[in-house]
Design a protein around this ligand. Structure first.
Ligand code: MN
Ligand code: MN
Length: 363
């Protein structure tokens, strides 16, 4: 249609505007788009992809059971799609995937390029069997100068170093949401022509927030600042916030972040007291960092509770981190509650009485 901007036109336009953008970078982003399109196709087939009469359905299923087998294979397939397309593309020096313990090495005859690609090929995969949105998340870093064959330490860059980040969401429509460091732009897959079309230019996180998303089944493990924040939301119009809040929980990072970009609010997978070895649940390099860059580029904020996600130094490629993201004022409020707690200024919320009563049964 006249006046429509395709994904290709958009990234070529960005390349012209950016003095250090290269054709190689544009081609890498195109490869990522192709991987997401292939995964969208597979996800869209659902149970048909592993029906008994399907040619792909045979040998792989041995030893696996029922619906869970389909989910597992989809995860593996999505990973292989990302790896194969980007290895052939020749623009990355190495890759890190949620599905691989160690960084993936690009070996001859494939060419190595100047970028590092980090990704979660299928995010929210427990939602597959129940037909709820899932996604893919990706982050692009520069390979350090002089490094031919990147090792784990070369991937351990703070999120502020990302040159590109984004996700694909496979929902009622498939969308690709992307930042190259100049705003956040959303593209919708037009299945009839097989192209992503710019439908959501310059996405901004709304400043006014009245929705929060947190897994309340973990309430007993939350730290006092998080308990305080949620209890104030639940108190509604008559509480300290003076207004009513709604709660959302999709259990799929991509779907949560997409909602925040469109409608604002707050999403949290906070630090909790369950396992001291796991300071958070989300992975820093290929979950928290890319979504933090998107949210910040859209005018929101992403914090660990103690400071910006994008400043965290990774110690390993699969490191976990607490994540609190969304409308800036709400994120800053929780950071403030953490500071007040550290200074002992939040007594009412740390009393034993509070801890023994559920948020949901407070009269
Ligand atoms: Mn994930
Ligand atoms: Mn995953």
């Amino acid at each position: 249609m006249p006046g429509e901007t395709t994904f290709s036109e958009f990234i070529i336009g960005e390349q012209r505007r950016s003095p250090h953008a290269t054709g190689g970078f544009t081609a890498l982003v195109s490869d990522i788009r192709l991987a997401c399109k292939r995964i969208a196709y597979l996800v869209g087939k659902g149970a048909l992809a592993h029906a008994p009469q399907s040619e792909e359905g045979g040998a792989n299923r041995v030893g696996e059971d029922g619906a869970g087998a389909g989910r597992k294979r989809l995860h593996v397939q999505a990973n292989e799609i990302f790896l194969a397309i980007n290895e052939r593309g020749g623009h990355v020096a190495g890759m890190v995937s949620e599905e691989l313990e160690l960084p993936y090495r690009v070996e001859a005859p494939h060419q190595r390029g100047p970028y590092l690609l980090l990704f979660d090929p299928l995010d929210g995969s427990t939602n597959i069997d129940v037909n709820v949105s899932v996604g893919s998340i990706f982050s692009v870093l520069r390979c350090p100068r002089g490094v031919e064959n990147p090792a784990e330490r070369d991937f351990l860059q703070p999120g502020g170093e990302q040159v590109c980040a984004g996700y694909a969401i496979y929902g009622p429509t498939t969308m690709l949401v992307l930042t190259l460091g100049r705003g956040v732009h959303g593209f919708t897959l037009d299945r009839e022509i097989g192209e992503f079309i710019l439908t959501h230019p310059d996405m901004r996180v709304p400043e006014e927030a009245s929705e929060f998303a947190i897994n309340t089944s973990n309430e007993r493990f939350w730290e006092p600042p998080v308990k305080r924040y949620i209890s104030e939301c639940l108190a509604g119009r008559n509480g300290p916030r003076g207004k009513d809040f709604n709660m959302r929980w999709v259990a799929s990072l991509v779907a949560e972040v997409h909602r925040i970009l469109v409608r604002g609010g707050l999403f949290m997978v906070p630090h909790d007291t369950r396992d001291p070895a796991k300071p958070g649940r989300l992975r820093l390099l290929y979950e928290a960092n890319p979504v933090a860059m998107l949210i910040e580029q859209a005018g929101g904020a992403a914090s660990t509770g103690q400071g910006p996600v994008l400043e965290v130094r990774a110690g390993s490629v699969h490191q976990r981190v607490p994540v609190i993201l969304g409308s800036r004022a709400e994120v800053e409020r929780i950071e403030q509650y953490h500071r007040e707690h550290d200074q002992g200024l939040d007594q009412p919320y740390t009393s034993p009485l509070f801890n023994t009563r559920s948020l949901f049964s407070r009269g």
